[in-house]
Design a protein around this ligand. Structure first.
Ligand SMILES: Cc1ncc(C[n+]2csc(CCOP(=O)(O)OP(=O)(O)O)c2C)c(N)n1
Length: 640
């Protein structure tokens, strides 16, 4: 406790000197971070927050690495890409927060689930402030942990304020620990400024959790003695409150205890302080001496995705079977479950019920309920749980019941999974299956094709097959790939499109479009259901001389096939099912303009759906969908 206290005091000086950029003080809260960490085994994960320096010091991370991290230098944990405590390290079994606070609670669920599936008697500890308990993520994560009996120690540090918001404006119950009852979860209140109470109580609880796996909610009563971060000050905090808590300072309390009980002498404490101060100075010098990071664009781009050596797996037999799009996906999933025994599928109603589209029907009989998991309705916690599984070396597939509902899990996808490799070189071995798309008469919330929400975000891969053969092969690649993949499955294709599919396991590389038709008069580019609309129109108009490109994957994108075709034909039309503005077609048009301008004989044409939500009524839906406008646009381009 003395060590993090002394580091902080030094950091406050450096902050004033402008040598570090920001500091979130945990002064007065050290007993919690240190106490909890001391109760955890060295190979058990801890997910700390921004005031938990004591977790990092108690795990014996060399101080210069922490200093280097805070200075944005290479010996830190993020190559200068993220600041303060926003990092994780597998080496020390610490998984740091993202700024959004709540998502890490579900990540702890995932790690605990992985322990449970591997029959390891290990627990996981995760921290949150009382402010972040108001986030939906808190509720979702506690509920999942309770329903699944996951051994997660949820530690709330109730330090009186969330930035400037006092607890009275944050929640309306007496103790946050009281919420345990609502989750069916044991809970305790602990004096967070009393190191001995923290240690003895947490020790007993953690030992019991290892023997009898279950989640436990702890509310540590404590106080934030300094500003939210140093620059914002504590003007709004009543002086008497600060005074009250200053008298309960955990370091002073423990000092008094060891002195009164003749455990240590003043001299011994001073001596230890001197050792810590010298160590801090030495490590600070080392970090100061480290050169600043020079930006290299190539390195930055290369680190967005985890390395993946794609191995094309070709079918050993040539045996093929004609099947529907939906069956190709189901068969692919089944074979992936057979091949990867560390693969878990999670989603709503996917176990005995088989999912709303029946894709996992019968899977429970073969793979069991542990690996084919029904989840409560909580997309955010399920995405973060999948992330936690990946951190502990497993693979996860999340079935979104409908792609539309991904918005309830949007935050962890775009902020956690997408950014984790770039930030601290951790993979997110998660596939999100997205039953999507319109022309099914299902209205604004069961028909969207929302791929553009994700192609915008670096770090995600986005796959969108149009045929059964591609669906199976690309799904298997997605599962092999350690990066987060959004796998779009168009619902209207599920039972309407048939094709020959190899019976065996095989993979198809990402970033390779298919050229479905070859010609020289124009290039038609599409993906998903749009490919079938294009095929219908080509047939109707009897167009023989066109290139038809099915993109198959949107991220990575096969620009080579696109440019080669456009340079040959000089005319291009891009068809997307999504509303036009801000969609894939717009980016493709820009890329083609930039790279093929001299070859173009006509403006690049985009066809998309109306810029309205997708309506329910059939005639409104037909009017909305790009399909209704495609033929006219195609003829216009042909005549240009
Ligand atoms: C989703 C989200 N909303 C708002 C913020 C801005 N913010 C950062 S920390 C914080 C207060 C957090 O309070 P609490 O959880 O009690 O933790 P404490 O800082 O008191 O330790 C706020 C509002 C954020 N980081 N994330």
């Amino acid at each position: 406790m003395l060590q993090p206290r002394l580091i902080e005091e030094k950091m406050l000086i450096l902050l004033r000197q402008g040598r570090i950029s920001k500091w979130f003080s945990g002064i007065g809260q050290e007993a919690i971070a240190v106490g909890v960490t001391m109760c955890m085994q060295h190979d058990e994960y801890i997910l700390p927050m921004h005031r938990n320096l004591g977790v990092f010091t108690s795990r014996n991370i060399p101080l210069y690495r922490l200093f280097s991290q805070w200075q944005g230098k290479a010996a830190g944990f993020t190559k200068g890409r993220d600041r303060s405590f926003h990092f994780g390290t597998q080496e020390y079994k610490i998984v740091g927060m993202i700024s959004h606070l709540g998502p890490q609670l579900g990540v702890a669920d995932g790690i605990a689930l992985a322990h449970q599936l591997k029959n390891e008697k290990k627990i996981t500890a995760v921290f949150t402030g009382e402010g972040a308990t108001s986030e939906g993520d808190f509720h979702e994560a506690l509920n999942v942990a309770s329903v699944w009996k996951l051994p997660v120690l949820f530690c709330i540090e109730n330090n009186g304020y969330g930035l400037s918001t006092p607890t009275s404006e944050q929640y309306n119950c007496e103790n946050l620990a009281d919420r345990g009852v609502g989750y069916g979860m044991e809970s305790h209140i602990i004096d967070g400024n009393n190191a001995l109470e923290v240690y003895t109580k947490v020790k007993t609880i953690t030992e019991s959790m290892r023997e009898d796996p279950r989640p436990v909610l702890l509310e540590f009563k404590t106080f934030r003695m300094r500003g939210h971060e140093e620059a914002s000050g504590t003007k709004y905090v009543p002086q008497e409150l600060l005074q009250f808590w200053a008298e309960k300072d955990p370091v002073e309390q423990l000092k008094n205890y060891v002195l009164e009980n003749n455990i240590l002498t003043e001299e011994q404490i001073t001596h230890q302080e001197d050792i810590y101060k010298a160590e801090i100075q030495l490590h600070l010098q080392k970090a100061d001496d480290e050169p600043v990071i020079e930006a290299h664009t190539e390195t930055e781009l290369n680190d967005v995705y985890a390395p993946f050596d794609f191995e094309e797996i070709q079918t050993s037999s040539q045996e093929k079977e004609e099947m529907r799009f939906i069956d190709a996906i189901s068969k692919g999933l089944y074979q992936a479950m057979e091949k990867h025994d560390n693969l878990v599928i999670v989603g709503q109603d996917i176990a005995e019920y088989g999912g709303v589209f029946k894709i996992t029907e019968g899977f429970v009989d073969t793979f069991g309920k542990e690996r084919v998991r029904n989840t409560p309705i909580c997309e955010s916690a399920i995405v973060t749980t999948a992330m936690g599984l990946s951190i502990k070396g497993m693979k996860a597939i999340v079935e979104m019941q409908f792609a539309d509902f991904v918005s309830s899990g949007f935050n962890p996808i775009v902020n956690y999974l997408a950014k984790v490799h770039y930030r601290w070189a951790e993979k997110a071995d998660v596939v999100l299956r997205m039953p999507c798309g319109g022309n099914v008469g299902a209205g604004p919330f069961h028909s969207q094709t929302n791929e553009a929400w994700f192609t915008k975000t670096p770090g995600l891969k986005v796959v969108y097959p149009a045929f059964p053969y591609d669906a199976k092969g690309l799904l298997l690649t997605a599962i092999e790939d350690p990066n987060p993949v959004l796998f779009f499955e168009h619902k209207a294709l599920y039972r309407s499109v048939l094709g020959d599919v190899p019976k065996d396991y095989y993979t198809i590389p990402f970033g390779k479009a298919s050229l479905l038709k070859k010609g020289s008069s124009m290039t038609i580019i599409s993906y998903g259901a749009g490919v079938h609309w294009a095929l219908e129109t080509i047939e109707k108009l009897n167009l023989e001389d066109v290139d038809l490109i099915d993109l198959r994957t949107l991220q990575p994108l096969d620009t080579e096939t696109i440019y080669t075709s456009v340079k040959k034909t000089g005319k291009v039309i891009i068809l997307q099912e999504d509303s036009l503005f801000g969609g894939i077609a717009s980016d493709l048009a820009a890329l083609i303009n930039e790279n093929c301008f001299e070859y173009l004989d006509a403006p690049v044409k985009r066809v998309g759906s109306l810029d309205t939500p997708i309506p329910f009524n059939k005639s409104l839906e037909n009017n909305y969908l790009a399909k209704s406008r495609f033929e006219k646009a195609l003829l216009e381009l042909q005549a240009y």
